[in-house]
Ligand binder design. Sequence first.
Ligand code: CP
Length: 313
Amino acid sequence: MIGTHKDLLGIETLKAEEIHEVLDEAKRMPKQDSLSGKTVALLFFEPSTRTKTSFELAAKRLGAEVINIQVSLSSVQKGESLLDTLKTLEAMGVDLFVIRHAEPGILNPIASEIKASLVNAGDGAHEHPTQALLDFYTIRERKKRFKGLKVVIVGDILHSRVARSDVWGLHKLGALVTLCGPATLIPKEAQGWDVEISYNLEKALHGADVINVLRLQLERQKQSFVPSLEEYSRLYGLDVKRLSLAQSNCVVMHPGPMNRGVEIFSEVADGPRSIILEQVANGVRIRMAVLRLLLGESQPEKTREKRCLNKNF
Ligand code: CP
């Protein structure tokens, strides 16, 4: 059970019942101040609005003390390693670290070196487990099921940690996932993910129950993966006409931040099928649930097993 784990590093190694456990925990009304006396530290080596703010709100609403480490002003700039930074902060009494970093898998070897819990808030193009969990929570609330649900993930799959976490989790939960985008933005490894792959958005959208639109991650693209933004938008931008090809009750998601007019048009992003702001709101719930489960406060009688979810990474 996830509540007996020390860390949340990814979705890939979680079982379906552990995912449901987090979603169920997020539905419960938490005891106020249930994390009173705990200290949560946020270390973001990459920019964030949603993840960082929602973790801070989640921790504060549970009564935890929160410290925001400004990485650009910390001794990381003098060459201190991430592990030494975490050990230093742990010695000051930090119980749980929320970390976003550009390097895929950086937290996995570190997790066994410290006693405090680690939560992966996005590691390069590898995983973004709490984004996936809030996506699953939002889908479950709206659709009441995962089995047989057609979920189309469209956009820059290659650079997306959200795509990886979503694909691995949705597959375990029984949904049918279609990945859609230009061939240059679909990683070769996706052939082994047990998903449909489509290069044609119109075809992919037929029968879709959920569309998750991903941002073109231009900051991670060291070469040109699309001829131009206009061309990309013409072939893969989600507008109302294309949305009409999906099921009539299909919902539209986007992890944010959005490039309006590129991968999604405002008529869809702000339209009646959009549940993008529901995702944002559910992000606080999910992060409260993850903090409660990892810090052992939802089941105070149990003994926390200090082990890492992804020890075989
Ligand atoms: N979805 C997401 O991770 O957004 P932020 O980069 O704003 O945290």
